[in-house]
Design a protein around this ligand. Structure first.
Ligand code: ADP
Ligand code: MG
Length: 378
């Protein structure tokens, strides 16, 4: 990819620039916890967006997207927003940097990536973080702190791309470190690194390639359930709720709300348990927690779907160490922690069985926990 970018840059602009990259992400555990003031546990992966960048002495940004095979230019003023969706991510990052008092001058860039689009690995956060990091390095002497870089990406999604996302994806892309997962406390925004280098295991995503669009927004309904239970407990969020507290208000909440809250309380504890297990290098416990999360998401939180439950069943049958839905649910990927000697059989079985039942194979995406935003040194 690097050479393709460099060749295209030379062809397009006749000069050389500096290379930057930032990564997509996985979330090992901690689902639907962000809006409940809980923990998420993401890591950056070995799939990234890379961009070559050079100042051009004008007030314009000139961009070539290798993957879209398309060119676009825009000015740095508010009214100059480009039409092309892919270019709006870059425009947004420029605008949000300027809004925060940062400097952005005209530049030329060629970029490309290998984060699968729309598979739940956050290619958009990789794109934003790559440019946020680059503009900080090129024009701002790296004075903008890393958390602010993540917020620049998040605000880009909110203000220029119509996606009302949380901070996890951009946080993971900016802060990602090789062989480390990061526990982000969604209440205090404090974070901590934990070692993740599962020797003898592989981490693999199976993309079901289905997405069930439901009529009434299930996401908002889940949020409302959690808010109702928190209110009955006299709390802002379910962060500090316990099973005992929930049992005490059992007759004051609907059965549905009860199960939603039960999942959230369990999920918070599971993230903490996984962190403890990783400090001992105990990947079997990590795997068990992943299955528990899947069951909770499927039965209590009810955000799974037939196809994802099926992939989870196949994982169990094949002796996979841990498997669960990754992301908000109703489609997308499962994330699987698999012993190397079981990997080939698992992938073959999952492909064959899923294809027989649903008429297409799941997409197999192997991931390794890697560095996030960075300058690429030759
Ligand atoms: P994801 O879950 O992967 O973040 P999104 O829909 O949020 O999915 O973001 C995907 C969008 O990001 C694409 O439609 C495109 O505009 C932009 N994008 C991601 N990767 C690339 C790339 N390699 N080249 C150009 N644009 C990209
Ligand atoms: Mg996205």
């Amino acid at each position: 990819m690097k050479e393709k970018i460099q060749n295209q840059f030379k062809k397009q602009f006749g000069t050389d620039g500096v290379l930057y990259a930032s990564s997509g992400r996985i979330n090992l555990i901690g689902e639907h916890t962000d809006y409940n003031g809980g923990f998420v546990f993401p890591g950056a992966i070995d799939k990234y967006i890379m961009a070559e960048i050079n100042v051009n002495g004008t007030d314009k940004v000139r961009v070539y997207s290798l993957d879209m095979d398309a060119y676009c230019e825009f000015g740095l003023k508010e009214e100059d927003a480009p039409q092309e969706q892919w270019a709006r991510y870059i425009f947004g990052v420029c605008r949000e940097t300027i809004k925060r008092g940062g400097t952005v001058k005209g530049f030329d860039t060629v970029f490309a990536g290998n984060v699968p689009l729309g598979a739940g690995l956050s290619s958009s956060a990789a794109l934003e973080s790559c440019f946020a990091f680059a503009l900080n390095d090129m024009f701002n002497e790296n004075k903008i702190d890393k958390f602010e870089l993540a917020k620049i990406g998040q605000s880009t999604e909110h203000n220029y791309c119509g996606v009302n996302c949380g901070i996890m994806d951009q946080f993971a892309s900016v802060f990602g470190k090789k062989d480390c997962l990061m526990r982000l406390d969604c209440r205090s925004l404090e974070h901590e690194y934990f070692p993740f280098h599962p020797e003898g295991y592989k981490l693999v995503l199976l993309n079901s390639k289905v997405k069930h669009e439901l009529v009434d927004s299930p996401y908002n309904k889940r949020r409302e359930s959690c808010e109702r239970v928190a209110a009955i407990l006299g709390m802002d969020t379910l962060r500090d709720a316990t099973y005992t507290m929930l049992a005490d208000v059992r007759d004051k909440v609907s059965d549905e709300d009860y199960r939603r809250a039960r999942f959230v309380i369990g999920e918070k504890q599971r993230v903490l348990d996984v962190c403890d297990a990783l400090e001992r290098g105990d990947y079997e416990t990590v795997g068990r927690c992943m299955y528990e999360t899947h069951d909770g998401l499927s039965r209590d939180y009810e955000v799974s779907c037939e196809e994802l439950d099926y992939l989870n069943d196949v994982a169990r049958e094949c002796g996979v160490t841990g498997s669960r839905i990754m992301g908000g649910g109703f489609g997308g990927c499962t994330i699987n922690l698999v012993k190397e000697d079981r990997y080939d059989n698992f992938i073959a079985t999952a492909k064959e069985k899923f294809n027989a039942k649903y008429g297409h194979e799941p997409e197999v995406i192997n991931v390794i926990i890697s560095d996030g935003a960075r300058k690429v040194i030759d």
